[in-house]
Design a protein. Structure first.
Length: 426
């Protein structure tokens, strides 16, 4: 009898716990999991360890877990996508996504749990995202009396090369598993301090296109440039000329970013090469602006070569890289405003703010099937308040980016748990 009373008392105590208390209890183990993810980063399409750890943690929490979901177009490439389901009666299906891959960056944070994989780093916070997903999964499993429906957790591979979401859909994600009524995600940002959440109704992230330009000339001796058509000079002129598209052909009300991030060419200082390669990224929101800029890039590159007297046979080759383009990320306005109201109640008015869209890109929006499924991605503050104020806060993709894991992790778990519970409330 005493044992029964003790069990009933323990059950009552657990039921009465607040979400904050539950997170407090789980946080030490979650921070250890976060450090494990951070120490062992893996590049896109190589997320074997991360996906296995994520799957193991979710199984322990009682979720139905399926691994290696996804099909890439490239042969002999494994998709390490993870799908975890927690069914709790009749109700909506809510998809919650975390990305898993890291970046080819050599870490310089000085953290005691820094990357042990040389030249690879979680410089975009996907380690924080995975840990937040696990924490959210735990909270939802412990509070099943407060919601009805199905939670569908996604561990997405290859976000950094915008191929993972499409690979999972190609593998019958919504045929093999329930089609969601809503899809949600968080992404850490350094521009707002840890403990806060940012939201953006409508466009939140830009479309992204990767463009390769091969500038072709006629090589020769560095001491006799007059006998050549120097592609190094032509490439330099092309980089500058491309910026006039942004400054002189763009409506000032249409955001556009065109960046040449890499130039390759030449073998020796006194040899003029035959060609130089430019690698560019284009970020836009509107489809018509996107297409106009893609057309203009080719026109400008060929125009520079023609002005220099390069023959049509040696005109630049402009290539839109297949598989690396992604549409802008769109947040359903009604859903996003509803979630913002929920977050203000959960986190406090001062910890939730509407932000401006960013020109970074994501493939999370593909889970929404071209806006057929209401979807919302929110920004999880992970910056250091003092560094933000001083202007010294490292950004995403920096070798020195280190999220303030606590309270960012606590905030992310509370925010996502509150949002899912709102959408699945009885």
């Amino acid at each position: 009898m005493k044992r029964l009373l003790l069990l009933l008392l323990l059950s009552s105590t657990l039921t009465a716990q607040t979400l904050d208390q539950r997170i407090d209890r789980a946080l030490p183990a979650l921070l250890e999991t976060y450090r494990t993810f951070h120490t062992n980063p893996e590049l896109s399409t190589q997320e074997a360890k991360a996906s296995a750890l994520l799957a193991q943690q979710l199984r322990t929490l009682g979720y139905e877990v399926t691994e290696r979901v996804g099909k890439y177009l490239e042969p002999n490439t494994t998709s390490y996508g993870v799908v975890a389901l927690l069914r709790n009666g009749n109700g909506p299906v809510v998809l919650v996504r975390s990305d898993m891959d890291a970046l080819p960056v050599t870490e310089q944070t000085g953290l005691p749990f820094a990357s042990t994989n040389a030249g690879v780093m979680h410089a975009c916070g996907h380690d924080l995202h995975m840990t937040t997903l696990i924490g959210t999964a735990k909270m939802l499993a412990e509070t099943k009396s407060q919601w009805r429906g199905t939670v569908m957790l996604i561990g997405q591979p290859a976000e950094e090369i915008v191929r993972g979401a499409e690979a999972m859909l190609r593998d019958g994600l919504y045929e093999r598993f329930p089609r969601p009524d809503y899809s949600l995600a968080l992404h850490d940002v350094p521009v707002i301090e840890a403990g806060k959440i940012g939201y953006v109704p409508g466009y939140i992230m830009a479309a992204s296109d990767s463009i390769n330009i091969t500038v072709r000339g006629v090589g020769g001796h560095g001491a006799a440039p007059h006998t050549t058509k120097d592609p190094v000079v032509l490439a330099s002129e092309t980089v500058l000329a491309l910026q006039t598209i942004v400054s002189r052909e763009r409506n000032p009300l249409d955001p556009v970013v065109l960046t040449v991030g890499m130039i390759q060419g030449g073998t020796k200082r006194n040899i003029i090469p035959d060609e130089v390669k430019l690698y560019a990224t284009l970020r836009t929101f509107k489809p018509d602006v996107r297409q106009r800029f893609l057309d203009s890039i080719e026109r400008v590159a060929k125009g520079v070569a023609m002005t220099a007297g390069v023959s049509s046979e040696r005109a630049p080759i402009v290539e839109l890289v297949q598989g690396e383009s992604v549409a802008p990320t769109w947040n359903d306005p009604a859903l996003t405003e509803r979630l913002a109201t929920t977050l203000r109640a959960a986190l406090g008015e001062g910890n939730v703010a509407q932000l401006d869209p960013m020109m970074v890109s994501e493939d999370f929006g593909r889970f929404a099937l071209d806006r057929k499924i209401p979807s919302s991605l929110l920004f999880l503050g992970a910056g250091d308040a003092a560094q933000i104020a001083a202007g010294t806060q490292p950004g995403l993709h920096s070798s020195k980016w280190a999220p303030v894991a606590e309270p960012a992790l606590r905030t992310g778990i509370k925010a996502m748990t509150s949002m899912v519970t709102e959408l699945l409330k009885k």
